[in-house]
Design a protein. Structure first.
Length: 137
């Protein structure tokens, strides 16, 4: 069962709200880490969401000497995100990766078997030519 908040639209609203709250409380733009802590997101999940929002020009991430700071660029662009579009979960990503790895392993095994057969055929041909060469002499 998927959670209602599993889509980027809802997460974008949460992140922007957290940025506003932290900026108000601390009188300075928050870091990605503080936004993640406030929303109980893992740092990886928070960075991924912030990267997506940055790519959509909703927020601005400024890297500085004291870490990254997040600014709200245009919160109205959140409304352009499809509301019913579900984000892939980490489990989905892992399953896709494992499936791709299995397919690659099958390809490698088939290539290995093909090379083994070619070598066997080549040695058989060389052996046949050697035997035919000795018979002629």
């Amino acid at each position: 069962m998927t959670n209602k908040k599993d889509n980027l639209y809802d997460k974008a609203h949460l992140v922007v709200a957290a940025i506003r709250l932290l900026e108000y409380r601390d009188n300075m733009p928050p870091s990605t880490d503080s936004v993640c802590q406030k929303l109980s997101f893992s740092l990886e999940q928070g960075n991924l969401i912030c990267k997506k929002l940055h790519d959509r020009k909703i927020i601005e991430i400024i890297e500085g000497a004291f870490g990254s700071k997040i600014y709200i660029r245009d919160h109205l662009l959140i409304e352009e995100i499809p509301k019913d579009h579900q984000e892939k979960t980490i489990e989905d990503e892992v399953k896709e990766f494992q499936k791709a790895q299995k397919e690659n392993l099958k390809k490698i095994q088939s290539l290995h078997a093909e090379q083994k057969k070619k070598r066997k055929d080549l040695f058989a041909e060389i052996d046949r030519q050697l035997k035919n060469g000795f018979k002629k002499k």
